[in-house]
Design a protein around this ligand. Structure first.
Ligand code: PLP
Length: 394
């Protein structure tokens, strides 16, 4: 059977929606159109009931109480609400936040905003394996520290931070702990109770749900976290996030979380097999290194540096066969090497031939084999050209 090309290996950027999620959402675009805040008729009650069920499904996936889930437009908004909401809730403006250089821009840019408004932010470095040092974390704490923000798993490398140890340090000093768990929730077991997380951001479109909906987990007990709302009007979501609820999106998010609760373990087992086979087959080419190897990382993703390969050319040549991502972001005309890999001490040159491949629920073995074949061929060709190539005029 012919493969439909290109093969999608960029599930860390976004996941395709599970068809079961779409089925669940469809009625809420048409006959079940009610506003969940309408209290006087069945249209509203029906929508409210659907949101309640979704809130339970989302909460169950992460071990939270449904009342601790605040629906937002995605993880970016959830992070903004958490960071700004915590700062605004504490008197004064000389707040101190500790975060990490390899965080997603949602966290880094929100922290920059806090700096502009008088706050101080410590950006912890990472070791070559991508992990923070717990000692450095503890010594960065000051009497003004009100928040520690460390992501659960990195979007570029899949590296998983020592969340429970970080939480223990935060607890010891009575500091709130926020984790951007957008890449982890629905992929590996995440439990806000066992992990002692106070605030946690995640998003539907990274776990086979729709785009434009996400959540902030806000702990209600031990401690009870209070936030200042960043969007006012109407007092929805326990006064923390006003605005008419995105009922179809929330219903889809709920269904997606329910499916993850049931299928995550089997999915991750299958995907780690595909990912490992992919790595093993490519490693035989030599001069290949896996960024973040040998430490806990997400089971479905890999970040690989291919020595002696022209990164630009590889994307171009593989593009019709595989959709994957380069560890560099195009900013206008220039290629900025990934700040995540840079922080791990990887050279600009190596970053330019580093790529992220992320597998997902709908990735098949045939697709994986095709990707291995295509990448191997390109790598061999580049190296052959380099060794036997055209004379270069210098
Ligand atoms: C995708 C992603 C985000 C942003 O999520 P949105 O829902 O698209 O706003 C934030 N953090 C991480 C780690 C991500 O991977």
């Amino acid at each position: 059977m012919a493969l439909k090309l290109p093969v999608y290996l960029d599930n860390n950027a976004t996941t395709p929606m599970d068809p079961r999620v779409l089925d669940e959402m469809l009625p809420y675009f048409s006959e079940k159109f009610g506003n969940a805040a309408s209290k006087t008729h069945s249209f509203g009650w029906e929508a409210e009931e659907a949101v309640d069920i979704a809130r339970e499904q989302v909460a169950a996936l992460v071990g939270a109480h449904p009342q601790e889930i605040i629906f937002t437009s995605g993880a970016t908004e959830a992070v903004n609400l958490a960071v700004k909401g915590v700062c605004d809730n504490v008197a004064g403006s000389d707040h101190h936040i500790i975060t990490v250089v390899t965080e997603h821009k949602a966290v880094l840019d929100t922290c920059k905003h806090i700096e502009k408004t008088g706050g101080n932010v410590t950006y912890l470095p990472v070791k070559p394996n991508g992990l923070i040092s717990l000692k450095e974390l503890e010594s960065a704490i000051t009497e003004n520290t009100i928040l520690i923000a460390v992501m659960y798993a990195n979007n570029e490398t899949g590296v998983i931070q020592p969340i429970r140890e970080i939480a223990a340090i935060a607890r010891k000093y009575g500091i709130l702990f926020l984790s951007d768990a957008t890449q982890a929730v629905g992929k590996i077991p995440v439990n806000v109770q066992m992990d002692s997380i106070d605030l946690m951001a995640f998003s539907a479109h990274k776990l086979y749900g729709p785009k434009g909906v996400g959540a902030l987990y806000v702990r209600k007990k031990n401690p009870s976290v209070t936030l200042t709302a960043q969007i006012d009007g109407g007092g929805h979501e326990r006064n923390m996030r006003s605005g008419t609820l995105n009922v179809p999106g929330i219903v889809g998010f709920g269904k997606a979380c329910e499916i993850c609760s049931n299928e995550m373990a089997a999915d991750s087992k299958r995907l780690s097999k595909l990912r490992n086979a992919f790595e093993v087959e490519l490693l035989v080419l030599n001069d290949i290194s896996i960024n973040g190897e040998d430490i806990p990382r997400l089971p479905h993703a890999t970040n690989i540096s291919f020595g002696y390969v022209d990164g630009e050319k590889m994307i171009f040549e593989a593009g019709s066969d595989i959709a994957f991502s380069r560890s560099s972001a195009c900013t206008s005309a220039t290629l900025e090497p990934s700040y995540v890999l840079k922080a791990m001490g990887i050279s600009d040159e190596a970053i330019h031939h580093s790529f992220r491949f992320s597998f997902g629920r709908f990735t098949t073995e045939d697709q994986t084999n095709h990707a291995i074949k295509v990448i191997s061929k390109i790598v061999k060709e580049h190296r052959h050209e380099r060794d036997h190539g055209h004379h270069q005029i210098v």
